[in-house]
Write a protein that binds this ligand. Sequence first.
Ligand code: ADP
Ligand code: MG
Length: 281
Amino acid sequence: MVCHVTVTESGSSRILPSREWAPAATHGEVADPAMQAATLTIGFGAQPVLSSIELPLACQSITALVGPSGSGKTTFLRSLNRMNDKVRHFRLSGRVELYGHDIYGRGVDPLVVRKRVGMVFQRPNPFPMSIRDNVLAGVKVHKVAPRSSYHDLAETHLAEVGLWSAVADRLSDSPYRLSGGQQQLLCLARALAVSPDVLLLDEPTSSLDPVSTEAVEALLVRMKERVSMVIVTHNLAQARRIADRTAFFYEGRLVETGPTEALFESPKRNETARYLNGQFG
Ligand code: ADP
Ligand code: MG
Protein backbone atom coordinates (compact mmCIF):
# COMPACT_ATOMS: atom_id res chain seq x y z
CA MET A 1 0.00 0.00 0.00
CA VAL A 2 1.66 3.13 -1.17
CA CYS A 3 -0.88 5.86 -0.89
CA HIS A 4 -1.78 7.01 2.61
CA VAL A 5 -4.40 9.71 2.75
CA THR A 6 -6.20 11.19 5.70
CA VAL A 7 -9.92 11.78 5.60
CA THR A 8 -12.48 12.81 8.11
CA GLU A 9 -15.51 10.62 8.68
CA SER A 10 -18.03 11.20 11.42
CA GLY A 11 -15.74 13.89 12.80
CA SER A 12 -12.81 11.54 13.46
CA SER A 13 -9.57 11.49 11.57
CA ARG A 14 -8.45 8.16 10.08
CA ILE A 15 -5.39 7.06 8.18
CA LEU A 16 -6.49 5.10 5.15
CA PRO A 17 -4.33 2.44 3.54
CA SER A 18 -5.24 3.35 -0.01
CA ARG A 19 -7.17 5.93 -1.93
CA GLU A 20 -9.94 3.48 -2.81
CA TRP A 21 -10.41 2.27 0.71
CA ALA A 22 -13.21 3.66 2.84
CA PRO A 23 -14.63 2.15 6.01
CA ALA A 24 -17.73 0.06 5.42
CA ALA A 25 -21.08 1.60 6.21
CA THR A 26 -22.44 -0.31 9.18
CA HIS A 27 -25.84 -0.64 10.76
CA GLY A 28 -25.36 -1.22 14.48
CA GLU A 29 -22.76 -3.17 16.39
CA VAL A 30 -22.15 -6.88 16.86
CA ALA A 31 -21.74 -7.85 20.51
CA ASP A 32 -19.27 -10.69 21.24
CA PRO A 33 -18.64 -11.85 17.69
CA ALA A 34 -17.58 -15.47 17.11
CA MET A 35 -15.01 -14.24 14.61
CA GLN A 36 -13.69 -10.86 13.62
CA ALA A 37 -11.60 -9.64 10.71
CA ALA A 38 -9.55 -6.57 11.57
CA THR A 39 -7.68 -4.48 8.96
CA LEU A 40 -7.54 -7.70 6.97
CA THR A 41 -5.67 -7.16 3.71
CA ILE A 42 -5.01 -10.01 1.31
CA GLY A 43 -3.26 -10.38 -2.00
CA PHE A 44 -1.72 -13.00 -4.23
CA GLY A 45 1.74 -11.78 -5.23
CA ALA A 46 1.42 -8.25 -6.54
CA GLN A 47 -2.35 -8.55 -7.03
CA PRO A 48 -4.35 -6.98 -4.19
CA VAL A 49 -7.58 -8.87 -3.50
CA LEU A 50 -9.01 -7.56 -0.23
CA SER A 51 -8.38 -4.18 1.37
CA SER A 52 -8.56 -3.52 5.11
CA ILE A 53 -11.66 -5.58 5.85
CA GLU A 54 -13.26 -4.86 9.23
CA LEU A 55 -16.02 -7.39 9.77
CA PRO A 56 -17.34 -8.96 12.95
CA LEU A 57 -19.16 -12.27 12.45
CA ALA A 58 -21.96 -12.65 14.93
CA CYS A 59 -22.36 -15.65 17.25
CA GLN A 60 -25.29 -18.03 16.82
CA SER A 61 -26.16 -16.28 13.60
CA ILE A 62 -25.93 -16.69 9.87
CA THR A 63 -23.92 -14.00 8.10
CA ALA A 64 -24.28 -13.84 4.31
CA LEU A 65 -21.49 -12.50 2.10
CA VAL A 66 -22.85 -11.11 -1.16
CA GLY A 67 -21.35 -9.24 -4.10
CA PRO A 68 -20.49 -9.69 -7.77
CA SER A 69 -18.06 -12.39 -8.93
CA GLY A 70 -14.46 -11.50 -8.27
CA SER A 71 -15.25 -9.28 -5.25
CA GLY A 72 -13.12 -11.42 -2.94
CA LYS A 73 -15.87 -13.30 -1.05
CA THR A 74 -14.31 -16.74 -1.44
CA THR A 75 -10.85 -15.42 -0.63
CA PHE A 76 -12.24 -13.78 2.49
CA LEU A 77 -14.13 -16.93 3.52
CA ARG A 78 -11.06 -19.13 3.03
CA SER A 79 -8.96 -16.77 5.13
CA LEU A 80 -11.28 -17.49 8.08
CA ASN A 81 -9.93 -21.01 8.47
CA ARG A 82 -6.51 -20.63 6.89
CA MET A 83 -7.44 -22.45 3.71
CA ASN A 84 -5.38 -19.97 1.66
CA ASP A 85 -2.19 -20.71 3.57
CA LYS A 86 -0.82 -23.03 0.92
CA VAL A 87 -1.94 -21.01 -2.10
CA ARG A 88 1.04 -19.70 -4.08
CA HIS A 89 2.01 -16.10 -3.33
CA PHE A 90 -0.76 -15.71 -0.74
CA ARG A 91 -0.09 -12.77 1.57
CA LEU A 92 -2.15 -11.50 4.45
CA SER A 93 -1.86 -8.67 6.94
CA GLY A 94 -4.17 -7.68 9.74
CA ARG A 95 -5.95 -10.11 12.02
CA VAL A 96 -8.60 -12.80 11.97
CA GLU A 97 -9.83 -13.56 15.46
CA LEU A 98 -11.79 -16.52 16.75
CA TYR A 99 -13.26 -15.55 20.10
CA GLY A 100 -10.63 -12.85 20.38
CA HIS A 101 -7.61 -15.02 19.49
CA ASP A 102 -5.68 -14.39 16.30
CA ILE A 103 -5.89 -17.58 14.20
CA TYR A 104 -2.74 -16.46 12.35
CA GLY A 105 -0.90 -15.91 15.63
CA ARG A 106 2.46 -17.48 16.39
CA GLY A 107 2.21 -21.16 17.25
CA VAL A 108 -1.41 -21.59 16.15
CA ASP A 109 -1.91 -24.95 14.40
CA PRO A 110 -3.94 -24.53 11.17
CA LEU A 111 -5.42 -28.02 11.68
CA VAL A 112 -6.87 -26.96 15.00
CA VAL A 113 -8.27 -23.83 13.34
CA ARG A 114 -9.90 -25.98 10.65
CA LYS A 115 -11.49 -28.26 13.22
CA ARG A 116 -13.04 -25.28 14.99
CA VAL A 117 -13.90 -23.48 11.77
CA GLY A 118 -15.28 -26.01 9.27
CA MET A 119 -16.07 -25.56 5.59
CA VAL A 120 -18.58 -26.73 3.01
CA PHE A 121 -18.02 -26.06 -0.68
CA GLN A 122 -20.10 -25.22 -3.74
CA ARG A 123 -19.91 -28.73 -5.20
CA PRO A 124 -20.60 -31.57 -2.79
CA ASN A 125 -17.27 -33.32 -2.19
CA PRO A 126 -17.89 -36.63 -0.43
CA PHE A 127 -14.68 -38.58 0.10
CA PRO A 128 -14.11 -41.87 -1.77
CA MET A 129 -15.21 -44.03 1.14
CA SER A 130 -18.52 -45.31 2.51
CA ILE A 131 -21.35 -43.06 3.63
CA ARG A 132 -20.64 -43.98 7.26
CA ASP A 133 -16.92 -43.27 6.93
CA ASN A 134 -17.68 -39.92 5.33
CA VAL A 135 -19.64 -38.79 8.37
CA LEU A 136 -16.87 -40.03 10.67
CA ALA A 137 -13.90 -38.72 8.65
CA GLY A 138 -13.31 -35.61 10.75
CA VAL A 139 -14.21 -37.39 13.97
CA LYS A 140 -11.40 -39.88 13.32
CA VAL A 141 -8.81 -37.30 12.24
CA HIS A 142 -9.44 -35.07 15.23
CA LYS A 143 -10.10 -37.96 17.64
CA VAL A 144 -13.13 -36.19 19.06
CA ALA A 145 -14.92 -39.38 20.18
CA PRO A 146 -14.05 -42.95 21.17
CA ARG A 147 -14.33 -45.70 18.58
CA SER A 148 -17.14 -47.35 20.54
CA SER A 149 -19.39 -44.36 19.83
CA TYR A 150 -18.83 -44.28 16.06
CA HIS A 151 -22.02 -46.10 15.11
CA ASP A 152 -24.21 -43.88 17.27
CA LEU A 153 -22.39 -40.76 16.11
CA ALA A 154 -22.95 -41.61 12.47
CA GLU A 155 -26.66 -42.10 13.12
CA THR A 156 -26.95 -38.92 15.17
CA HIS A 157 -25.32 -36.72 12.56
CA LEU A 158 -27.10 -38.29 9.60
CA ALA A 159 -30.40 -37.83 11.45
CA GLU A 160 -29.50 -34.26 12.28
CA VAL A 161 -29.19 -33.36 8.60
CA GLY A 162 -32.32 -35.34 7.70
CA LEU A 163 -30.56 -38.16 5.82
CA TRP A 164 -30.89 -41.07 8.23
CA SER A 165 -34.02 -42.65 6.83
CA ALA A 166 -32.66 -42.43 3.28
CA VAL A 167 -29.31 -44.09 4.04
CA ALA A 168 -29.82 -46.24 7.15
CA ASP A 169 -29.74 -49.46 5.15
CA ARG A 170 -26.80 -48.51 2.95
CA LEU A 171 -24.23 -46.99 5.29
CA SER A 172 -21.48 -49.08 3.71
CA ASP A 173 -22.31 -47.95 0.17
CA SER A 174 -20.48 -45.33 -1.82
CA PRO A 175 -21.84 -41.79 -1.42
CA TYR A 176 -21.60 -41.15 -5.14
CA ARG A 177 -24.94 -42.86 -5.88
CA LEU A 178 -26.74 -40.31 -3.67
CA SER A 179 -28.38 -37.29 -5.31
CA GLY A 180 -26.46 -34.01 -5.34
CA GLY A 181 -28.65 -32.66 -2.56
CA GLN A 182 -28.10 -35.76 -0.43
CA GLN A 183 -24.35 -35.57 -1.05
CA GLN A 184 -24.32 -31.96 0.15
CA LEU A 185 -26.27 -32.94 3.28
CA LEU A 186 -23.70 -35.70 3.86
CA CYS A 187 -20.90 -33.10 3.59
CA LEU A 188 -22.78 -30.97 6.11
CA ALA A 189 -23.10 -33.98 8.45
CA ARG A 190 -19.34 -34.57 8.13
CA ALA A 191 -18.58 -30.92 8.87
CA LEU A 192 -20.98 -30.77 11.83
CA ALA A 193 -19.80 -34.06 13.35
CA VAL A 194 -16.66 -32.45 14.80
CA SER A 195 -18.78 -29.77 16.54
CA PRO A 196 -17.14 -26.73 14.95
CA ASP A 197 -17.63 -23.29 16.48
CA VAL A 198 -18.06 -21.76 13.05
CA LEU A 199 -19.10 -23.21 9.71
CA LEU A 200 -18.09 -21.55 6.44
CA LEU A 201 -20.22 -22.26 3.38
CA ASP A 202 -19.22 -21.18 -0.13
CA GLU A 203 -22.37 -21.11 -2.29
CA PRO A 204 -23.45 -24.46 -0.83
CA THR A 205 -26.72 -24.65 -2.77
CA SER A 206 -25.71 -23.20 -6.13
CA SER A 207 -25.49 -26.67 -7.71
CA LEU A 208 -28.69 -27.97 -6.07
CA ASP A 209 -32.34 -28.18 -7.12
CA PRO A 210 -34.93 -26.05 -5.25
CA VAL A 211 -36.13 -28.89 -2.99
CA SER A 212 -32.58 -29.75 -1.88
CA THR A 213 -31.83 -26.05 -1.49
CA GLU A 214 -34.78 -25.74 0.86
CA ALA A 215 -33.56 -28.74 2.89
CA VAL A 216 -30.08 -27.22 3.24
CA GLU A 217 -31.46 -23.79 4.18
CA ALA A 218 -33.77 -25.32 6.81
CA LEU A 219 -30.82 -27.26 8.25
CA LEU A 220 -28.66 -24.12 8.48
CA VAL A 221 -31.40 -22.22 10.27
CA ARG A 222 -31.91 -25.18 12.70
CA MET A 223 -28.20 -25.40 13.43
CA LYS A 224 -27.35 -21.75 13.97
CA GLU A 225 -27.85 -21.85 17.73
CA ARG A 226 -25.06 -24.42 17.87
CA VAL A 227 -22.71 -23.17 15.21
CA SER A 228 -22.15 -19.67 13.88
CA MET A 229 -22.26 -19.60 10.10
CA VAL A 230 -20.85 -17.53 7.27
CA ILE A 231 -22.33 -18.22 3.84
CA VAL A 232 -21.30 -16.85 0.46
CA THR A 233 -24.32 -16.69 -1.80
CA HIS A 234 -25.16 -15.25 -5.19
CA ASN A 235 -28.79 -15.73 -4.36
CA LEU A 236 -30.00 -12.53 -2.72
CA ALA A 237 -33.37 -14.10 -1.94
CA GLN A 238 -31.50 -16.80 -0.02
CA ALA A 239 -29.62 -14.18 1.98
CA ARG A 240 -32.94 -12.54 2.84
CA ARG A 241 -34.51 -15.86 3.82
CA ILE A 242 -31.82 -17.20 6.12
CA ALA A 243 -29.18 -14.62 7.01
CA ASP A 244 -29.38 -12.58 10.21
CA ARG A 245 -26.69 -10.28 8.89
CA THR A 246 -25.40 -9.54 5.41
CA ALA A 247 -22.12 -8.07 4.19
CA PHE A 248 -21.76 -6.60 0.70
CA PHE A 249 -18.35 -6.96 -0.93
CA TYR A 250 -17.37 -5.14 -4.10
CA GLU A 251 -13.99 -5.07 -5.82
CA GLY A 252 -12.09 -6.23 -2.77
CA ARG A 253 -13.79 -3.88 -0.35
CA LEU A 254 -16.42 -4.42 2.27
CA VAL A 255 -18.87 -1.72 1.24
CA GLU A 256 -21.59 -2.18 3.81
CA THR A 257 -22.77 -4.58 6.49
CA GLY A 258 -25.56 -4.90 8.99
CA PRO A 259 -28.70 -6.84 9.87
CA THR A 260 -30.07 -8.30 6.64
CA GLU A 261 -33.34 -6.42 6.77
CA ALA A 262 -31.68 -3.05 7.40
CA LEU A 263 -29.22 -3.62 4.58
CA PHE A 264 -31.90 -4.57 2.07
CA GLU A 265 -34.51 -2.04 3.21
CA SER A 266 -32.29 0.98 3.75
CA PRO A 267 -28.80 0.59 2.34
CA LYS A 268 -26.54 3.52 3.18
CA ARG A 269 -24.34 3.33 0.10
CA ASN A 270 -25.38 3.89 -3.45
CA GLU A 271 -23.34 0.86 -4.63
CA THR A 272 -25.17 -1.39 -2.17
CA ALA A 273 -28.57 -0.15 -3.31
CA ARG A 274 -27.68 -0.63 -6.97
CA TYR A 275 -26.36 -4.15 -6.39
CA LEU A 276 -29.33 -5.23 -4.29
CA ASN A 277 -31.68 -3.81 -6.96
CA GLY A 278 -30.01 -5.98 -9.57
CA GLN A 279 -28.52 -3.04 -11.47
CA PHE A 280 -25.11 -4.76 -11.74
CA GLY A 281 -23.35 -8.00 -10.81
P1 ADP B 1 -15.54 -14.11 -5.40
O1 ADP B 1 -15.64 -15.32 -4.52
O2 ADP B 1 -16.19 -12.89 -4.82
O3 ADP B 1 -16.02 -14.37 -6.80
P2 ADP B 1 -12.66 -14.54 -5.28
O4 ADP B 1 -12.28 -14.42 -3.86
O5 ADP B 1 -12.78 -15.91 -5.85
O6 ADP B 1 -13.99 -13.70 -5.55
O7 ADP B 1 -11.62 -13.76 -6.17
C1 ADP B 1 -11.25 -12.42 -5.91
C2 ADP B 1 -10.07 -12.04 -6.76
O8 ADP B 1 -8.94 -12.77 -6.33
C3 ADP B 1 -10.25 -12.37 -8.23
O9 ADP B 1 -9.71 -11.29 -8.99
C4 ADP B 1 -9.43 -13.61 -8.43
O10 ADP B 1 -8.92 -13.68 -9.74
C5 ADP B 1 -8.31 -13.42 -7.41
N1 ADP B 1 -7.78 -14.71 -6.94
C6 ADP B 1 -8.47 -15.64 -6.26
N2 ADP B 1 -7.68 -16.70 -5.97
C7 ADP B 1 -6.46 -16.42 -6.51
C8 ADP B 1 -5.21 -17.11 -6.58
N3 ADP B 1 -5.04 -18.30 -6.04
N4 ADP B 1 -4.18 -16.49 -7.22
C9 ADP B 1 -4.34 -15.29 -7.76
N5 ADP B 1 -5.49 -14.58 -7.74
C10 ADP B 1 -6.53 -15.14 -7.13
MG1 MG C 1 -16.47 -17.23 -4.91
